[in-house]
Design a protein around this ligand. Structure first.
Ligand code: GLN
Length: 240
């Protein structure tokens, strides 16, 4: 049995980001692996130690403002769980708040958790469009695809990027990095949603969650022909 925590599902759900939770859940259940999903909204208690997969979606500056304080109160327990190998996926607005801060275009600073070493400052030009990124999963180079729409430009400090931009902007449109990665924490600007479009990444996260929970066994292959074909079309258009 795996336990998923969906943090702020009512506030952070841009471009169908909750599809990430659905994809993770379905791909577990199709293999007979039980999963429970625990939605956690503002003020609701959760023990991250008991969770196997934590998902934080994207949100506008307004929504980020609304949840930043609540998130801050969870900083200690979240940090302990991240260090302990909790599998985390944070997208766009959720991603930005795991770093040091997010400065809006109006100059307001929303403090982040500082779990990872990066900061984000809004730029005048929004970074919008389809993206292709090369990431390394279990020693293998994999191409993932998605859609970005953010004004925030993220600059990584000591934290590694999730991958290398092949097409699109990624973290800031300048340094070729997309997302961030630390232990089992994965951050990305890619909506899409990300996991339904990229089953290999989804299975990688499921495997990490199973390992952390001490669940034996591999993952039976699934028929991903449709996802593969859709991804290939997108890659072909982006990289030609
Ligand atoms: N408010 C953030 C930005 O525009 C996040 C947007 C998002 O989650 N798509 O940079």
């Amino acid at each position: 049995m795996l336990q998923i925590c969906h943090l702020y599902p009512d506030l952070l759900n841009l471009y169908g980001d909750r599809g990430n939770v659905i994809a993770f859940t379905r791909r577990c259940r199709w293999r007979g692996l039980e999963v429970t999903v625990r939605p956690v909204n503002l003020g609701e208690k959760v023990d991250f130690k008991e969770m196997d997969f934590l998902f934080l979606g994207g949100g506008s500056d307004r929504e980020q403002n609304l949840m930043a304080e609540d998130l801050m109160e969870r900083a200690g327990s979240l940090q302990a769980a991240v260090e302990d190998g909790l599998v985390v996926l944070a997208i766009c607005g959720g991603y930005q708040l795991l770093g040091r801060y997010y400065r809006t275009l109006e100059g307001r600073t929303i403090p982040g958790l500082g779990l990872l070493d990066f900061y984000t400052e809004a730029g005048r030009k929004r970074l919008i469009g389809n993206v292709a990124v090369e990431v390394e999963l279990a020693g293998e180079k994999v191409r993932i695809v998605g859609f970005e729409n953010h004004s925030g430009q993220t600059v990584l400090g000591s934290t590694a990027p999730l991958g290398r931009v092949l097409a699109g902007n990624g973290n800031n449109g300048r340094d070729g990095g997309e997302g961030a990665r630390y232990k089992n924490t994965f951050c990305s600007y890619l909506h899409g949603p990300l996991l339904p479009k990229n089953p290999r990444l989804t299975d990688h996260l499921i495997r990490l969650a199973m390992q952390r929970r001490g669940l034996p066994g591999g993952l039976a292959p699934l028929d991903d022909a449709l996802e593969q074909a859709a991804g290939d079309v997108m890659l072909h258009r982006l990289l030609r």
